[in-house]
Write a protein that binds this ligand. Structure first.
Ligand SMILES: Nc1ncnc2c1ncn2[C@@H]1O[C@H](COP(=O)(O)OP(=O)(O)OP(=O)(O)O)[C@@H](O)[C@H]1O
Ligand SMILES: [Mg+2]
Length: 255
């Protein structure tokens, strides 16, 4: 079986009236950790949403293959069941749905995660402890009234419960205090190691990466992937910023 889990080939996409991504290609192997960096407005979140199948964006060219299947036309729901997970930069609030019921529902949809109610309760409790989350979280409505940092922890809880094959984490670190950052980065490390999941981490903050070994770094500027390199490319970006890549974007990006 191929080690290649995700293959994005020549994707161009945008909203109805605005092209955002231009000829984007990217490969992620099973269990690999990739980082996607780029200035504000470059199109990083859009790429995450397009891989997840968000209907707000239209793909005008290219293909996305996940785990051997062409998913370019698939619904987000199907992609989620196939093992893709996207943590949102700004998680949505869902009034009327308690977090615990939501977690039970999404788990029951996955045959590979079938477990008794008791086992489920224990597993959720275990993960909540691991993430330093109080048990009162679980009876509250999904994301309603939670602080920014708490919402990020709820996403980590879903990640560790669902054990997807690929997790796209969109600025999961933004707005976290130092303690929460350390809890969340331990959660990501647990996902990488215990679930052997692949990661595409979208971030501006390299602290979230400290516990991870980065296999590949991708740089996006103006909707194009303009550079790709090893983990050490992150240090270069930290030191010199994105300006060094800007002429690449104007020339049409990396091949
Ligand atoms: N649903 C949408 N409707 C209109 N414009 C959009 C939509 N989604 C994204 N855009 C635009 O596309 C561009 C890329 O946005 P995106 O959120 O992907 O950037 P980003 O690289 O994630 O930036 P940041 O680092 O600030 O999160 C921006 O100019 C944004 O305004
Ligand atoms: Mg973004």
């Amino acid at each position: 079986m191929s080690n290649q889990l995700l293959r994005v080939s020549g994707i161009s996409a945008g909203t109805e009236d605005k092209p955002i991504l231009h000829n984007v290609s990217l490969k992620v192997g099973s269990g690999e950790t990739h980082v996607l960096m780029g200035p504000n407005g470059a199109g990083k979140s859009t790429l995450g949403h397009v891989i997840m199948g968000d209907p707000a964006y239209q793909v005008t060219d290219g293909t996305i293959v996940f785990d051997g299947t062409d998913i370019t036309e698939q619904s987000a729901d199907k992609r989620s069941l196939a093992g893709i997970f996207l943590s949102y930069q700004a998680p949505v609030e869902v009034p009327g749905v308690p977090l615990y019921s939501y977690l039970r529902t999404i788990t029951q949809k996955r045959p590979e995660l079938k477990m008794t109610a008791r086992k489920f309760r224990n597993r959720v409790g275990e993960i909540a402890d691991q993430l330093d989350m109080g048990s009162s979280f679980l009876t509250r409505e999904l994301n309603v009234g939670f602080s920014g940092g708490e919402k990020k922890k709820i996403e980590m809880l879903q990640l560790l419960l669902l054990r997807p094959k690929l997790a796209i984490l969109d600025e999961t670190d933004s707005g976290l205090d130092v303690d929460a950052l350390s809890v969340v980065s331990r959660g990501i490390e647990a996902y990488r190691k215990d679930c052997d999941g692949a990661l595409l981490v979208i971030t501006h903050n390299t602290r979230i990466l400290e516990r991870l070994t980065v296999d590949r770094t991708h740089v996006m500027v103006q909707g194009r992937l303009v550079a790709e390199g090893p983990g050490s490319l992150i240090d270069n970006i930290d030191a010199h910023g994105f300006e060094q890549f800007e002429h690449e974007a104007e020339d049409g990006g990396a091949a």
